[in-house]
Structures are given as structure tokens and as C-alpha cells.
Design a protein around this ligand. Structure first.
Ligand code: PRP
Ligand code: MN
Ligand code: MG
Length: 181
């Protein structure tokens, strides 16, 4: 079946729940940056959906830029050593930067990224992530806005992929076992 819905077992978060939470966070971000020129930095590829929806839920001006990164390391375990595949087009020195992510899993990607961005001497760096997994607590990443804390199970949708697919699912859901086999 070509339809995504036939691969899903259980919806964890609906499109409505996601949109409602985004509206709340966007209002807080509007307030935080009302007198500042904020640059939203999205991490490709997972953050594409949250960047598009968060920025349109905001009512203040913003700019956008993107980074593509890949973690080094053998096997499935992330090493925390990150390679920049595509750097920012923007000089962020003196700028107010808000990193926009889909998910913090181990936290290794963002802890590297934030220290890298800080070395460029921006006026501020904050993080907004739509989702967070329990393991993130083990790596101290100072996150200002979190959409939802997720249970420790594999989920897809709203930017989260399995083998590059399912990002375009508007909800967040668990995958049926037949997908893996
Ligand atoms: C995923 C996710 C985050 C990162 C979180 O990206 O989108 O960027 O992993 O993992 P961590 O907290 O354990 O470092 P991925 O590297 O799978 O690339 P993608 O965004 O293209 O899916
Ligand atoms: Mn990602
Ligand atoms: Mg991925």
C-alpha cells in the first residue's frame, strides 16, 4: 500500500495537538524577540516541518538559515563528533540566533552545534525543539522551548524519518513491525 497510514500502529500526537502547542510556543517567541532581530537556524532535514509551521505561527519578523550536519562514528551509536555538510549563509556575529530542531534524542547533535555557533560570537543562542526523548537528559543541552516530551519508542512523522521516509506525516506515530522486516 502506497499510503503512509497503512504503516502506522498508533498515533502519539495528532496534527491538532502539534498545531496547538506550536501556537503557544510561537506566542512566547514573539514576546521574547519582539525588539530583537531573530535568525531562525534550522537543522536539515528533520527541522523543515517545524521551521515552516513555527515561523508562520509567529507574527514578528524573522530571518531563516539552514545547516546540514552529519555525525561521525561507527555503528549505530552517535559519537557526538559532528561534521558540517552545509554551513550557514549568514554571519551570526552579534545576531540573536534561535536553533529550530525536530527532536533531541541523545542531545549530542545540539551540544556540538550550540558550542560551534557560540564560537562565532552571536548576541544570543537559544534552542526550540518540537520533540525530546528521555535520553536527552544525559547530555546537558539548555533548551528554552520544548514542544513535547516523547516516550522512549521509535516514532515517525512531522519531520522524523525512518530510512528517509515518513517525514511528511502530519501526526507523530509508531510504525508497524512489517515496515522493519
Ligand atoms: C535527527 C534529528 C536531530 C538529531 C537528534 O537527525 O532530526 O537532528 O537526529 O539526535 P541526537 O540528539 O541523538 O544527536 P538525523 O541525523 O537523523 O538527520 P535528519 O534530520 O536528516 O533525519
Ligand atoms: Mn536532524
Ligand atoms: Mg533522521
Amino acid at each position: 500500500d502506497a499510503h503512509i497510514s497503512s504503516d502506522l500502529v498508533r498515533v502519539i500526537l495528532t496534527e491538532d495537538q502539534i498545531n496547538q502547542r506550536l501556537a503557544e510556543i510561537a506566542a512566547q517567541i514573539d514576546e521574547e524577540y519582539r525588539d530583537k532581530d531573530v535568525l531562525l537556524v534550522g537543522v536539515l532535514t528533520g527541522a523543515v516541518m517545524v521551521m515552516a509551521d513555527l515561523s508562520r505561527a509567529m507574527t514578528i519578523h524573522c530571518s531563516m538559515d539552514w545547516m546540514a550536519i552529519s555525525s561521525y562514528g561507527s555503528g549505530t551509536q552517535s559519537s557526538g563528533v559532528v561534521r558540517i555538510l552545509k554551513d550557514l549563509n549568514t554571519d551570526i556575529s552579534g545576531r540573536h540566533v534561535l536553533v529550530v530542531e525536530d527532536i533531541i534524542d541523545t542531545g549530542l547533535t545540539l551540544s556540538y552545534l550550540v558550542s560551534n555557533l557560540r564560537s562565532r560570537e552571536p548576541a544570543s543562542v537559544e534552542i526550540m525543539t518540537m520533540f525530546r526523548k528521555p535520553e536527552a537528559a544525559e547530555n546537558a543541552v539548555d533548551v528554552k522551548w520544548v514542544g513535547f516530551d516523547l516516550p522512549n519508542e521509535f516514532v515517525v512523522g512531522y519531520g522524523l524519518d525512518y530510512a528517509g521516509k515518513y517525514r511528511n506525516l502530519t501526526s507523530v506515530a509508531t510504525l508497524a513491525p512489517h515496515v522493519y522486516s
